[in-house]
Write a protein that binds this ligand. Structure first.
Ligand code: T4K
Length: 369
């Protein structure tokens, strides 16, 4: 039996990608806002139906750069969730801002909007929720809170490419939304990311910050880094965007089969089907709570069969060793996130996962030989 990983990248056929990158060998323009970069940015605006898109070499730097572009005062507080990938919290900390952790909801694992207000202080500058697994946060309630307290909202939308809520892409909620185009995502540019935002004025700032802060040959306005997407990444994006609907449809078939086999089983909780949301089936998270096997036992049973699931997101970011001496790291203050994090397991999910493999995975979980 072949190894089965939690995910596998989707790639275009080899010849199609070679065709797409061929002209780079003529132009010898490989990075720094080249033709592929410009075309891909334009295509993304159309696909996401969003006015402003800036590309980055990965999602993490996209998030760091938008936080930097917002120019919050040093030490300002950002209300966020610990139930996420390391990147979300690290981006805040690396920008010399302070994360303030809010608990999540037990049903969809996104930030609990009813608990945000109590965390707002005179240092709070923004809310940074995560559309975790592609589950859409309570965007209306969060926006209402943000307006009332004059806070910015920056979504970590790394998981939610292709997701819409009431027909609107997650690119369009809050002041900004960051997508990851990492190889492991529904849509990839090998490594890559983007920020979508409402204020057009941010466009030039982001362009400068991701290019060493250089505004022109003789003007450097920020101590920026280098976070530019190159032409080979953009070419991969152009190719993969042609198949995004097909990609999500194939994932839906996998999701459907898992749900047929794992629904209505005591102690097994599946990811919710959210109202008004068109999902992208980015992940297949399962909570084992009171099931005959614990999460760790299921993980190990599958591993023994060379099926490599992942405990996304365990541990919580407020339990990381690197934050153990920080005032903000206390998982006791986010008990629901802690409960879920100790019990959740992401099963293999990708477009080309065979339905027979889904069936085998479920047989192992259900211990039906
Ligand atoms: N915010 C959130 C909420 C995120 O989840 C992420 C990234 C970010 C921000 C930051 O975005 P980026 O800067 O990454 O664009 C993976 C990904 O590396 C990471 O992008 C992703 N989230 C996270 C949830 O998952 P790991 O440490 O689990 O990756 P790794 O290398 O163990 O890969 C997982 C599995 O995928 C492997 O077991 C096999 C398969 N795989 C992986 C790669 C890289 C492949 O089949 N082919 C590949 O090329 O973090």
């Amino acid at each position: 039996m072949n190894d089965i990983f939690v995910t596998r990248p989707s790639v275009p056929c080899f010849e199609e990608y070679c065709d797409e990158i061929k002209e780079l060998w003529d132009s010898m323009w490989l990075t720094n806002n080249g033709a592929k970069h410009r075309l891909f940015e334009k295509q993304l605006k159309e696909y996401l139906n969003t006015p402003n898109v800036t590309l980055f070499t990965n999602g993490h730097l996209a998030l760091e750069n938008i936080l930097e572009a917002m120019n919050f005062p040093k030490g300002a507080e950002i209300i966020t969730t610990p139930f996420t990938f390391a990147s979300t919290t690290h981006a805040i900390v690396r920008c010399r801002l302070t994360p303030v952790f809010c608990d999540i909801k037990p049903d969809d694992y996104t930030i609990d909007e009813s608990k945000i207000e109590a965390l707002i202080t005179d240092k709070t500058c923004a809310i940074l929720p995560v559309h975790v697994y592609g589950n859409v946060c309570s965007v209306e309630a969060i926006q209402e809170l943000a307006y009332r307290h004059s806070l910015k909202v920056i979504y970590d939308a790394a998981h939610s490419f292709g997701v819409t809520y009431k027909g609107v892409s997650t690119a369009n909620f809050g002041d900004a939304a960051m997508f990851s185009f990492h190889a492991t995502k529904v849509f990839n540019t090998i490594e890559g990311g983007a920020v979508c935002y409402s204020d057009e004025a941010l466009s030039q700032t982001l362009k400068d910050i991701k290019n060493f802060g250089i505004h022109g040959p003789e003007h450097t306005l920020y101590s920026g880094g280098n976070a530019k997407m190159n032409e080979l990444q953009a070419a991969m994006g152009i190719c993969n965007l042609r198949y995004i609907d097909e990609e999500i449809a194939k994932r839906e078939a996998v999701d459907y089969r898992y749900r047929e086999l794992l629904s209505d089983i005591g102690g097994i909780k599946l990811n919710p089907v959210q109202r008004d949301v068109k999902p992208n089936c980015a992940y297949f998270p399962v909570v084992f709570d009171g099931y005959k096997f614990t999460r760790d036992e299921v993980h190990d049973m599958l591993k023994a069969e060379n099926i490599f699931t992942r405990k996304y997101f365990y541990p919580l970011t407020n339990e990381f060793e690197c934050y153990k001496d920080s005032s903000f790291a206390d998982a006791g203050k986010t008990p629901i996130a802690k409960h879920i994090s100790d019990r959740i397991l992401c099963l293999p999910m990708y477009a080309d996962l065979a339905l027979e493999d889904v069936e085998r995975i479920c047989r192992i979980i259900l211990n039906r030989g």
